[in-house]
Ligand binder design. Structure first.
Ligand code: HEC
Ligand code: HEC
Ligand code: HEC
Ligand code: HEC
Length: 393
């Protein structure tokens, strides 16, 4: 599956060249000891505890219409994607569907909402308008008194334009938003992990009802270039006030960014599968439908990671550079953690999952993608055109 993926880097290069991810890094405070090697490294503060995944309480959802005023292109793209097409409604009717089978097992379909829609909210006995998997499913619930929306686009006291915001204010604003549960694009591992919170199904009853644990043709980069495409060009007419400046602050080009996604995708799958295994009763780990599925995912993801490591440490990139094992840290350590997971207890598996998450974030901090070019040539063949479904900016 991901073999075809890196070839899409070409599309990234062509299509996103002038895009929002290429802006200058000027307004980020300079780190004390900057070297060319680490110039692109993320210097933002560590993610506060408790904000690993976005908040998902329905009462905290502001709804996509709120975002639309400032993020028109993203809104239109979302509206045309599977995520935007409010898929819950149709589940209520077909008795032979996954929903029907699941209802037989459990009595209701409320569980489907975890991924297919925000949690239901009854208002005076009536269901609220559904909006499917929305902006806030991916970026964190934004509304409410303490929600991140309150400070998301406020650049100082009084009337301060975005261009006038001080570095200090920006830092505080971003810290506030993250603490309030915003999942920002800069956190590439957590972004990928959040996709797989839904895109890997771990509930045995769901899988037994016919819901795939993982859809075969799903992978991150085609999705991010296709239906979920977001990084539109700077265009003030279309995207009135909100071209994004973040990735640029890390001096990360779209290609570098895609390489990082390519790797963290497998790290995210590993984390989800390990956590799911840890949550199973001891006997079910080796002998249950979820156990089987999760071990298959682990094996597949670890295999791919091994391949990446092999390529990065043996194949030269465009400038003839081959990386040492030390330079791709902490990927080998991830594999090492996995070797210790056979027959592990729930507590061990939980600890291993935590460790993987830690190492994965470390990877994103240490790697902007500039040195991972060997992946491009090794995985360049056999592509589809994932741009097909994307809206032109
Ligand atoms: C009042 C205008 C406004 C509204 C409303 C708004 N945004 Fe933004 N948003 C911006 C601007 C301007 C930026 C540009 C980034 C910056 O300068 O911080 C931005 C950046 C972003 C970013 C990327 C920046 C980052 O920190 O990762 C995300 C994600 C985002 N908005 C999501 C949303 C979502 C989801 C909603 C609705 C819940 C929303 N925004 C509502 C103006 C707005
Ligand atoms: C853990 C998250 C999760 C849960 C819970 C979940 N789904 Fe899904 N479901 C997904 C994802 C992700 C896809 C799409 C995957 C893809 O196409 O790559 C999907 C796809 C589907 C599809 C096929 C897509 C289509 O448009 O025809 C159906 C039908 C479906 N789900 C029904 C249900 C029903 C019914 C429930 C509850 C009983 C449910 N799902 C619960 C994540 C979930
Ligand atoms: C809150 C749960 C949730 C999250 C988070 C989520 N998805 Fe989905 N996604 C779904 C569901 C549910 C569907 C199936 C919708 C349908 O067709 O009914 C889906 C469908 C898709 C599809 C369409 C698949 C197809 O074959 O048509 C793509 C592409 C996709 N998601 C990509 C992503 C990416 C990339 C991310 C992370 C950036 C992500 N999703 C995060 C729940 C989620
Ligand atoms: C399926 C998950 C998903 C949904 C739904 C989603 N986003 Fe995003 N969003 C992402 C991802 C992933 C990125 C980072 C893209 C990248 O790294 O190239 C992102 C980046 C952004 C950015 C900053 C990047 C840019 O170039 O503009 C903004 C702004 C944004 N999203 C707003 C929104 C708004 C508004 C909505 C709803 C209309 C929305 N998003 C719905 C996953 C999602």
């Amino acid at each position: 599956m991901p073999r075809r993926v890196l070839g899409t880097l070409l599309f990234l290069m062509v299509c996103l060249k002038a895009g929002v991810l290429l802006l200058s890094a000027d307004d980020r405070p300079e780190p004390a000891q900057q070297t060319p090697q680490n110039a692109a490294v993320d210097r933002s503060p560590p993610l506060p505890a408790g904000t690993v995944l976005p908040r998902t309480d329905r009462s905290d959802f502001a709804g996509p219409d709120v975002c639309r005023n400032c993020h028109r292109s993203e809104y239109i793209a979302w509206l045309h994607s599977s995520h935007g097409r409010s898929p819950m409604n149709r589940f209520e009717t077909d008795p032979d569907s996954i929903a029907g089978m699941y209802r037989q097992l459990t009595g209701n379909t409320e569980q489907c909402r975890r991924c297919h829609a925000p949690p239901a909210e009854e208002r005076a006995g009536r269901r609220q308008v559904e909006f499917g998997t929305s902006c806030e499913s991916c970026h964190g619930a934004a509304g409410g008194e303490s929600g991140w929306l309150n400070r998301h686009a406020v650049y100082g006291r009084g009337i301060v334009r975005r261009e006038q915001e001080t570095a200090e204010h920006r830092q505080q604003r971003i810290a506030f938003c993250e603490q309030a549960g915003m999942l920002r694009a800069e956190r590439q591992y957590d972004v990928a992990r959040n996709c797989y919170r839904c895109h890997i199904v771990t509930d045995a009853r769901l899988i037994e009802s016919g819901h795939p644990a993982e859809f075969d043709d799903f992978s991150l980069i085609p999705a991010l270039l296709g239906q979920v495409r977001h990084n539109f060009h700077l265009d003030r007419r279309r995207n009135a006030v909100s071209p994004t400046l973040d990735a640029s602050r890390r001096r990360q080009t779209p290609v570098m960014r895609a390489r990082v996604y390519f790797i963290v995708e497998q790290l995210a799958r590993i984390h989800v599968a390990l956590s799911a295994l840890a949550a199973l009763p001891d006997t079910a780990r080796v002998d249950s439908i979820t156990g089987d599925e999760m071990r298959a995912i682990l094996e597949d993801a670890a295999g791919q990671l091994e391949e990446f490591i092999e390529v990065l440490t043996s194949e030269p990139d465009a400038s003839g550079r081959v990386l040492s094992a030390g330079q791709i840290r902490p990927l080998p350590e991830v594999l090492h953690v996995l070797t210790e997971c056979d027959d592990a207890t729930a507590a061990d598996l939980t600890a291993a999952a935590d460790r993987i998450r830690h190492l994965s974030r470390q990877f994103v901090q240490d790697h902007s993608g500039d040195r991972l070019g060997a992946l491009d040539t090794a995985f360049l063949e056999d592509l589809d055109d994932p741009i097909g479904t994307a809206l032109a900016p």
